[in-house]
Write a protein that binds this ligand. Structure first.
Ligand SMILES: [Fe+2]
Ligand SMILES: [Fe+2]
Length: 169
């Protein structure tokens, strides 16, 4: 494998693990707030991020690239509001989408066809991740800080039920 592609995938492994930690913190924040559905939703998101990191690691191993997990900085652990935590998550997903697109551009430039095929899955996955988080943010905004129990009810009926086995997998 081309060194630049290996380095870029290792950097992405770090971002996926960083997302896992951030979503665990957000899950803990919602648990503290007594919002169990939001807490479970973010716990499930954390599990997904870990599975993304492992997917990149497994790819490197199979394709002959050296795995080197980068150092992670501590995730944020305090939030002003539910809305702020969900806004942070949406911004994160949007930036990950940019990084995945950048990885694809690099794989194209390096004529790395196997990496391109692996990255197709992530491109589809990010479309879904951004859509899910945007939907959650609009529901949180609409409910407002005083009506987060409406968000709990909404999640129990919809988003979490879709966050099971990944249709893109
Ligand atoms: Fe991810
Ligand atoms: Fe994600």
């Amino acid at each position: 494998m081309d060194d630049a592609v290996v380095d870029a995938i290792n950097a992405q492994v770090g971002r996926e693990f960083a997302a896992e930690l951030e979503y665990l913190q957000i899950s803990a924040y919602f648990d503290d707030e007594g919002l169990k559905e939001l807490s479970s939703f973010f716990r499930a998101q954390a599990d997904e991020e870990r599975s993304h990191a492992l997917r990149f690691i497994d790819y490197l191993t199979e394709a002959g690239g050296h795995v080197a997990i980068p150092a992670l900085s501590a995730p944020r652990h305090q939030f002003e509001s539910a809305q702020e935590a969900v806004e942070l998550s949406l911004a994160w997903e949007e930036s990950v989408t940019d990084y995945i697109n950048g990885l694809m551009a690099l794989a194209v430039q390096k004529n790395d066809f196997a990496a391109q095929q692996m990255l197709q899955w992530f491109i589809a996955e990010q479309v879904e991740e951004v859509a899910t988080m945007s939907e959650l943010l609009s529901v949180v905004r609409r409910a407002g800080a005083e009506n987060l129990l409406l968000v709990e009810d909404y999640i129990s009926r919809s988003i979490v039920n879709r966050a099971g086995p990944d249709p893109a997998a």
